[in-house]
Design a protein around this ligand. Structure first.
Ligand code: GBH
Length: 503
């Protein structure tokens, strides 16, 4: 009798609060990447990545002149990382594998015992603690040995990557069931070749980025196909990629801006999605046409955007088991005259479209110059993707907030997470889109690329001045722990304001 009453009461509570509950099978995780946390840059037989070489050659490109030689020392202190993941109550931990740590020559001649041991230890410890590993194969730290052979501009990289993927499946695929081939090809292709801010810093705007784009799509596809042919039956995992999507909205209501925005989405989102996820495959036709026309006008015989052969289109099309999405921010689009300078990052080939990317005054600025908050854009993006490519399982592989201070009571990050998670819930409940999980970037402060240690994304603060790298959970860590525990955004949140230093 009493039992029934208790059930009835909790059902009532659930239905009142139900709107902000996550589906029971929804998964929560947090993420990092090898170069940003591991350190041990030359330990054992590890060879330098392009980031090691780039920073040593041009230390000034990093705002605080720092480097990632030690970073969070995760290579030596993976036990601390597992402990954090456990304290947070994560369902999974997303980390990446350093290509030059596993394959020092970048090719298959030699598999590093040190590399193998490190990732085995980490994977096993996570699983022992009930945390699933979600593994990124490539989070920007290309072996310099392959850069010397042309890196992402050499079409052979698609084979090198396929072989690397095969090595990873055979070493770890018995335990790793969710793989992400590439992290944000949009960002590494654009920043390496269009703005030159990331290694190899080869400024070749409107050319290198497109070649990289094509090779990245093929590399991903070949890695997926190897899994499909050689491993899927036995290992039964899932493979996709993690795309960075910057949501775009027209700057004004004018038809010109509205039209320009539609095309810009095909550039910013479509170029890294259409070849894999659309029914027809290949480049978004509108972009292919525009770049071809521009190239012709410039007196070129060939388009700066390399085409796909029909065979390549078929190889790439359909190579996904879900879609990984990194969402942080949005931009507005307005049309400019042909040839007008289009300004800072994200440039992203916008000179080919004669558009300018700016922001909306209503979007909160954060301490990161590029990160403007637009949570509703998250939901709109997910709906746009569904309209373009149909029903696909979506895994949010990154979402996070930056401060430039080492602040423990990070209520702004808590708000950012809540607002974005709320949009995820609306997308699931109202729009019936299958979002299967959410990953907070990042579990702890780490090396934020050109921003060094000056920008903090961590749920845990790390004291980089302390040789022991003392770490402490922020308010956001407490908040996230509660979200995970309750599988809901509605809980007595007083607890997330208690800063104890221990979870
Ligand atoms: C993601 O990139 C990455 O996957 C992750 O590694 C990173 O730590 C995280 O987000 C937070 O940034 O002013 O030209 O140097 C998101 C894309 C790439 C946006 C680097 C900011 C700096 C541009 N970020 N970019 S620039």
């Amino acid at each position: 009798m009493w039992g029934l009453k208790a059930v009835a009461t909790s059902l009532l509570v659930c239905s009142v609060l139900g709107a902000r509950n996550f589906p029971p099978d929804f998964k929560f995780g947090s993420a990092s990447s090898a170069y940003q946390v591991e350190g041990a840059w030359n330990y054992g037989d590890k060879t330098p990545s392009i980031w090691d070489v780039f920073i040593k050659k041009y230390p000034n490109v990093i705002i605080d002149n720092s480097n990632a030689d030690i970073a969070c020392n995760s290579f030596h202190d993976w036990e601390r990382d597992v402990k954090m993941a456990r304290e947070l109550g994560l369902d999974y931990y997303r980390f990446s594998i350093s290509w030059p740590r596993i394959l020092p020559t970048g090719k298959q001649d030699r598999i590093s015992e040190y590399g193998k041991k490190y990732y085995n230890d980490l994977i096993n410890a996570l699983l022992e603690n009930g945390i699933k590993p979600v593994v990124t194969m490539y989070h920007w730290d290309l072996p310099q040995a392959l850069q010397d052979w042309g890196g992402w501009l050499n079409p052979l990289i698609t084979d090198w990557f396929e072989n690397y993927a095969r090595v990873l499946y055979s070493l770890f695929g018995d335990r790793v069931k969710t793989w992400l081939t590439l992290n944000e090809p949009l960002i590494f292709c654009e920043l390496s070749f269009n703005t030159g801010k990331h290694p190899p810093g080869l400024l070749s705007a409107g050319q290198g980025n497109y070649v990289c784009n094509k090779n990245a799509m093929l590399a991903h596809a070949k890695a997926w196909r190897v899994y499909d042919k050689e491993f899927r039956e036995k290992q039964r995992g899932k493979v996709s990629l993690a795309n960075q999507y910057i949501w775009l909205e027209p700057h004004t209501d004018s038809e010109i801006d509205v039209e320009a925005t539609k095309i810009a989405r095909q550039l910013m989102i479509g170029m890294y999605t259409h070849p894999i996820f659309s029914k027809d495959g290949g480049w978004p036709p509108v972009i292919e046409r525009i770049v071809a026309e521009k190239s012709k006008k410039e007196g070129r015989f060939l388009s700066r955007l390399p085409g796909f052969t029909q065979e390549e289109i078929e190889v790439i099309k359909g190579t996904y088991d879900f879609l990984g999405i990194n969402y942080y921010t949005a931009r507005t689009v307005n049309k400019v005259e042909d040839g007008v300078e289009v300004g800072e990052w994200p440039l992203l080939g916008s000179s080919d479209l004669d558009i300018q990317l700016t922001t909306n005054d209503k979007w909160n600025m954060t301490d990161a110059s590029w990160l403007f908050e637009h949570p509703v854009g998250f939901r709109r993006l997910l709906n746009w993707l569904k309209n373009e490519y149909g029903d696909i399982d979506i895994l949010i592989t990154e979402n996070g907030y930056a401060t430039n201070k080492t602040i423990i009571d990070d209520q702004a990050r808590v708000k950012y997470m809540e607002k974005h998670l709320e949009q995820v819930l609306l997308t699931i409940n109202e729009d019936k889109i299958k979002v299967i999980g959410y990953t907070a970037w990042s579990m702890m402060d780490n090396f934020e690329w050109c921003d060094g240690y000056s920008l903090r994304f961590g749920l845990y603060e790390v004291d980089f001045k302390d040789p022991k790298l003392k770490h402490k959970p922020r308010a956001s860590a407490h908040y996230y722990t509660n979200v995970i525990k309750h599988r809901s955004l509605d809980f007595d949140d007083k607890i997330s304001n208690i800063i104890t230093g221990e979870l």
